[in-house]
Design a binder for this molecule. Structure first.
Ligand SMILES: NC(=O)c1ccc[n+]([C@@H]2O[C@H](COP(=O)([O-])OP(=O)(O)OC[C@H]3O[C@@H](n4cnc5c(N)ncnc54)[C@H](OP(=O)(O)O)[C@@H]3O)[C@@H](O)[C@H]2O)c1
Length: 240
């Protein structure tokens, strides 16, 4: 991974932040993308303090023009892109959607449409280079659901992403453009609080951002023509 250029969306906190810091220590050049400039700058500082390279790119991923100009700025800065980690995402459930009537559309914009628009902005670079790696941070909710849930829209937004990702896998079959779909179970982040929800103080059923970031790095490190296609994992004491 050393000297590779990696875009991470949603790098201001949670899994994206942890992944950026870990990759920074491995000598990866990181484009940090999210809306909160202050938090992104703190991530950049932590990476720089550890001897790594990172730059901040403020972007609301629901804005396709902002995505296109952000990718142009990243290429101006780093000259190329080797990996796109589509990680930005938001949580929703029935109760939250009752309070915010635009939340269904917003959830699909961030969780499903934004990764597609980032893919569209980056794919010409990968196709010109004849190599690259698209990583989609999905969820176990976009892989397997065993019973009715009160978060059907979140599930649907992640299944939309699963469908898109699976279509890409066949599109790039036989090439050196890799596609990886990551499906973690619950992670101890602020995704609930950021959505105005609260999953409670018991975190024993959640994975840490460090554990999940290590799983993403495992997929990124797959050598040569090896492609980690789908990774699904969760705590043994959480039953979905
Ligand atoms: N937490 C879990 O239990 C869990 C489980 C499975 C999968 N996942 C998935 O893992 C990914 C990361 O989740 P997390 O738990 O790390 O969540 P988080 O801590 O809430 O972080 C979400 C990130 O997404 C960014 N983001 C949200 N809306 C955005 C927008 N409109 N434009 C740009 N960036 C935006 C946020 O940055 P700004 O606010 O600065 O824009 C933040 O950096 C998501 O795709 C999530 O669905 C999470």
């Amino acid at each position: 991974m050393k000297d590779k250029v990696v875009i991470i969306t949603g790098a201001s906190q949670g899994l994206g932040r942890e992944l950026a810091i870990k990759l920074g220590k491995l000598g990866v050049k990181i484009a940090l993308v999210a809306r909160n400039e202050k938090m992104l700058s703190e991530v950049k500082k932590e990476i720089n303090d550890n001897g790594g390279v990172a730059e901040v790119f403020v972007c609301d991923v629901t804005d396709v023009d902002a995505i296109n100009s952000t990718v142009s700025k990243i290429v101006d800065t780093f000259k190329t892109v080797d990996v796109l980690v589509n990680n930005a995402g938001i949580w929703t459930n029935d109760k939250l959607e009752e309070k915010d009537k635009k939340l269904v559309e917003k959830t699909f914009m961030v969780n499903s449409v934004a990764p597609i628009n980032f893919y569209k902005a980056v794919s010409p670079i990968f196709e010109k280079n004849k190599k690259g790696h698209f990583v989609f941070i999905n969820s176990i909710a976009g892989f397997e659901i065993k019973e009715n849930k009160d978060y059907a829209v979140y599930i649907a937004s992640k299944w939309a992403l699963t469908g898109f990702t699976n279509a890409l896998k066949s599109k790039y079959d036989g090439t050196d453009i890799k596609i990886t779909s990551i499906h973690p179970g619950p992670i101890d982040s602020k995704i609930d609080k950021n959505a105005g929800d609260d999953w409670g103080s018991d975190k024993s059923w959640m994975m840490s951002v460090k554990e999940v970031a290590d799983a993403v790095i495992y997929a990124l490190n797959a050598p040569g023509k090896i492609q980690v296609e789908t990774l699904t994992f969760k705590k043994t004491n959480w039953n979905n």
